[in-house]
Design a binder for this molecule. Structure first.
Ligand code: NAD
Length: 433
């Protein structure tokens, strides 16, 4: 399909587009490989390679010293408006750019379609170091960013949620800012918000819970039980900490953990109660007694059964994929593995549960939150967790079945499932005008 890479003058040269960064190219390479494999209608294929809407804003941000005013960049990208409102997290990170946010929006589209949730993909971000924000600075930047993107979000339009560097409180400030502008409370504008203002039970743990549900199912495929398995987790935030805790509750031995400051390793297993107590007091894993210090890069290459990257993208490439010693890789983070690494891992018989399936628990409970808000009828935590596990297991099994039927990896099968559903929706809606 030469015309997709711009070699045909009548089509846009994708290499020149504003969002063309390594992360965007990863999302598009995954799409292209799958589209080719499934013989996708080229009209749909071409539409799916670029976002439908991409907003870039810059705004002034006053630091606590009052004198310093920085110009900060923010983004909100809506990839696909075919399926319903768009949905996706907001991240605060110093490396955020239009390409990264676009790639994440594309992955959100696949995720929602795989889970059969009536949303298209979106993502937002602010290019700022969250570690350098005081609580009042964090609140000011959130409120200003929200007012800059206020026209494009809304409960029927585009619904943000937490991601890297943001949390439930961030969502509360977005909801409050949006509601102040509209003149009445609009809880449905965000998900992942605190319970007090219409959040859902189980949302904060949902992504980690889904990761572990996938790990349990995938482990069966390779004759592994989670009980007694050695698990290494990169990232100890909302996703990583929950995944580690739930895996440990299932009898797994958590041999390594990390955060942005580095990692800790104990082959005999880390005491999760002690780790959690240490984190509460020190806010970093660094210095945790009774464990060896490892770097984030070293953690990935440790001997273990299950590796869960749950921090940031671009962690597993052709350089370290040959050195990974796990049997199962479950992607909690978005975009941790590149295309070259995928091929190496497949060759080495390391089973990969892809991000668009493994971490879809977050958007699933976000969807539950949106539904509960619309009905003004809220579910118990048990009910949320049960419904989440049911959907995750069904999605995992359907992808595993497709993978074996088509003789492809779980990633390709997951993409085929998501893209296939979108293709059908696009065909029945037709092209306007
Ligand atoms: P978080 O901010 O709660 O936690 C991130 C963790 O990663 C922290 O422990 C942090 O110290 C660590 N980290 C940050 N930068 C790092 C670096 N450069 N190297 C190593 N570690 C680093 O974020 P989160 O919500 O847990 O998200 C983690 C990943 O999961 C992201 O890729 C995110 O897109 C993805 N994800 C999150 C959700 C969700 O519901 N929160 C859903 C789907 C996917």
């Amino acid at each position: 399909m030469t015309h997709h890479n711009g070699s045909d003058d009548s089509l846009p040269d994708y290499d020149d587009l504003e969002w063309n960064t390594p992360m965007y190219r990863l999302a598009v390479e995954q799409l292209d490989g799958t589209a080719e494999r499934m013989n996708l209608d080229p009209n749909v294929w071409q539409r799916l390679r670029t976002p439908q809407r991409a907003h870039v804003v810059s705004f002034p941000f006053r630091r606590d010293d009052y004198d310093t005013v920085e110009t900060v960049f923010g983004y909100r990208v809506q990839h696909l408006l075919t399926m319903g409102p768009t949905k996706g997290g907001i991240r605060y990170d110093i490396d955020v750019d239009l390409g990264e946010v676009t790639a994440l929006a594309i992955w959100m589209t696949w995720k929602c379609a795989i889970m059969a949730i009536p949303f298209g993909g979106a993502k937002g971000g602010v290019r700022i170091d969250p570690a350098r924000l005081s609580q009042s600075e964090r609140q000011r930047i959130t409120r200003r960013y929200t007012s800059e993107i206020i026209e494009v979000i809304g409960p029927d339009r585009d619904i943000p949620a937490p991601d890297l560097g943001t949390d439930a409180l961030t969502m509360a400030w977005i909801m409050d800012t949006y509601s102040q502008h509209k003149g009445h409370a609009v809880p449905g504008v965000v998900t992942g918000k605190p319970i007090e203002i219409g959040g859902s039970h189980g949302r904060a743990q949902a992504t980690g819970r889904g990761v572990v549900a996938c790990a349990i199912e995938a482990a069966k495929l390779i004759g592994l039980g989670l009980d007694g398995a050695k698990v290494a987790v990169q990232g100890f935030g909302e996703v990583g900490a929950t995944a580690a805790q739930l895996a440990s509750d299932r009898g797994a031995k958590i041999v390594a953990l990390s955060d942005v400051s580095g990692g800790i390793y104990a082959d005999s297993g880390l005491d999760m109660t002690a780790v959690n107590a240490w984190m509460l007091e020190h806010r970093t894993l660094q210095g945790f007694p009774g464990a060896d210090a490892v770097t984030n890069a070293e953690l990935l290459e440790l001997r273990c059964d299950v590796l869960i990257p749950a921090a940031i993208q671009n962690q597993i490439s052709e350089t370290n994929a040959p050195k990974l010693q796990c049997r199962l890789l479950v992607e909690g983070a978005n975009g941790p593995t590149n295309v070259a690494a995928d091929a190496i891992l497949a060759d080495r018989d390391i089973l990969v549960v892809p991000d668009i399936l493994a971490n879809a628990g977050g958007v699933t409970v976000s969807y539950f939150e949106w539904v509960q808000g619309l009905q003004q009828f809220f579910w118990s935590e048990e009910e949320v967790n049960r419904k989440l596990i049911d959907l995750m297991q069904a999605a995992y099994k359907s992808v595993e079945h497709l993978a074996s039927e088509q003789d492809v990896t779980l990633r390709t099968a997951a993409l085929m499932r998501g893209i296939g559903r979108i293709k059908q929706a696009k065909h029945v809606r037709g092209v306007f005008p």
